[in-house]
Design a protein around this ligand. Structure first.
Ligand SMILES: NC(=O)c1ccc[n+]([C@@H]2O[C@H](COP(=O)([O-])OP(=O)(O)OC[C@H]3O[C@@H](n4cnc5c(N)ncnc54)[C@H](O)[C@@H]3O)[C@@H](O)[C@H]2O)c1
Length: 374
């Protein structure tokens, strides 16, 4: 059994990783600064955090805290990050400081203090680093486009077009697709991945970067308007409001239940086969945003229609679905929870929350104010 540190372990994904580690008998430490946007004004860990952990409230770039937390740690899961994609586009310095610079500090601390270097580092990366997914053109060629041209979006032509102006069809996105992050958040996640992999390689710390796709499940922050679409739609529906949908709602994502994210993390810890590599962690199944809205509306008994804006947001991609063959081959990873089965758990969690605030109108207004929607 190992001594394991989970940074960001009081958050949505980190807390589920913590549960799995405790269940396996590991000794678990959590380092989390309880970011107010996620945790409100609480100064103690959220009630769902496993009672069997040692909790440290603090940031990954606080040397005094690292001196206390790191001695004896053998495995690190690095989940701590600020996760607001839209917000990162106008709080640029805050995101670069909180994500890129804080992780840089954390890594440098490990480098300068060899006695606390772990035997394994697993870092949460993100599908957002790809930008658009891969596409097949009408002539059969595969392309990896950058963002759709603004003039095309202003014409409300939402699908990615090939060089001849024909609509393309989405393909599974593999790890070797060029990375074209389209938000500051995504840039910082690429930094997380690349900094951890390069430091890990240089200092012989076996490191794995897991590129999570769109994660949903219980404990997803609901009052934070900058998180996943499942939580945002649920918060609106619970307040009797229709989900707000950009473009036409036919854009697709790969929604993955948090338990499958945990599965991939456990496999990455227990195997050496993925060391020094980046792996997609998704399901390989495409679901449209409209489909997600319908599913949640049915579960929450909302009979109205979603609000389809027919507008676009800067940096939004059309389709990105994971090619999971690398994780399958190297780790034996196999997604187990289909969206239709897993969504009930998210809904139950949402229903159990008191005073769920829906701040998505405010978030949309903020994007408009910054000129990030048309
Ligand atoms: N949720 C998704 O769909 C998704 C998709 C791809 C990647 N990810 C990545 O997974 C990780 C976890 O995301 P989540 O959805 O659980 O978000 P979350 O906001 O629920 O959890 C992040 C946690 O990190 C903590 N934190 C933030 N900055 C910190 C710092 N400097 N020091 C210590 N703690 C800090 C926060 O308080 C929070 O508890 C993040 O790295 C995120 O980028 C998430």
């Amino acid at each position: 059994m190992a001594v394991v540190l989970v940074t960001g372990g009081a958050g949505f994904i980190g807390s589920h990783i913590v549960d799995a580690l405790v269940a396996k008998g590991h000794s678990v430490r959590v380092l989390d600064n309880l970011e107010p946007q996620v945790h409100g004004d609480r100064h103690t860990p959220p009630g769902y955090l496993n009672k069997g952990v040692e909790f440290y409230k603090g940031s990954i770039d606080d040397p005094a805290m690292l001196r206390e937390v790191l001695p004896g740690v053998e495995v690190i899961f690095h989940e701590a990050a600020m996760v607001g994609v839209g917000q990162s586009m106008y709080e640029i310095h805050r995101y670069v400081e909180g994500n890129t610079a804080a992780t840089a500090f954390f890594l440098e601390y490990l480098v300068r203090n060899p006695e606390v270097r772990p035997k394994k580092l697993i870092v949460a990366s993100s599908m957002s680093i790809y930008g658009e997914g891969s596409y097949r053109c009408r002539d059969g060629a595969t392309i990896h486009p950058r963002l759709r041209p603004r003039a095309q979006l202003e014409d409300r032509r939402w699908e990615v077009l090939d060089h001849d102006g024909h609509e393309t069809s989405p393909l599974p996105t593999a790890e070797d697709k060029p990375l074209y992050p389209t938000s500051i958040y995504a840039v910082t996640k690429r930094d997380h991945e690349e900094m951890c992999l390069s430091v890990g390689y240089a200092y012989k710390i076996p490191t794995v970067a897991l590129r999570y796709f769109n994660v949903y499940g219980p404990r997803q922050a609901l009052s934070n308007p900058y998180t996943g679409v499942g939580a945002i739609f649920s918060a609106r529906l619970l307040n009797g409001k229709p989900p707000i949908i950009f473009e036409d709602g036919e854009q697709t994502r790969d929604f993955i239940h948090v338990s499958d994210i945990v599965q991939a993390n456990m496999l990455a810890m227990e195997s050496e086969k993925a060391d020094y590599q980046a792996l997609n962690v998704g399901t390989g199944t495409a679901t449209s945003i409209l489909g997600m809205s319908d599913l949640l509306s049915r579960y929450l008994g909302f009979s109205g229609d979603p609000l389809i804006l027919g507008k676009f947001r800067e940096g939004d991609i059309r389709h990105c679905i994971a090619d999971i063959s690398k994780a399958r081959t190297l780790l034996g990873y196999e997604p187990k929870v289909a969206l239709k089965d897993g969504i009930g758990e998210l809904v139950k969690w949402v229903e159990g929350q008191e005073g769920v605030l829906d701040r998505s109108d405010q978030a949309t207004e903020e994007l408009r104010r910054w000129g990030l929607t048309d």
